[in-house]
Design a protein around this ligand. Structure first.
Ligand SMILES: [Zn+2]
Length: 100
């Protein structure tokens, strides 16, 4: 079991120096590449491959948060901590045509 905060710290410990040197633009490109791999994997991949791709997308997203100094726990707590940001309910009651 690993919290969002623990995962962000782990990614920071492993990669921050390299991530800062690469910068946000280059890092964002890696995230987009991984999102593409996830898309492909969702269509044609095995469960094992999906485990890897979800981990990669989350890792690159977390890396970008580290580079720009965003605390992911704060980010998700602020936006989703009290339920759906659209309707405020824990089980979303927004209309089907709305984004949430
Ligand atoms: Zn909602």
């Amino acid at each position: 079991m690993m919290s969002i905060a623990q995962f962000q710290q782990l990614i920071r410990d492993m990669y921050l120096e390299k991530d800062l040197a690469r910068g946000v633009d280059g890092t964002f490109m890696w995230l987009m590449e991984e999102v593409g791999e996830l898309a492909s994997c969702l269509r044609h991949g095995t469960h094992e491959e999906r485990l890897e791709e979800f981990a990669d997308v989350l890792a690159w997203l977390t890396t970008i948060a580290n580079v720009v100094g965003v605390d992911l726990t704060e980010a998700v707590s602020r936006k989703y901590g009290l339920g759906c940001p659209g309707c405020g309910q824990v089980v979303c009651s927004c209309a089907a045509a709305e984004k949430p």
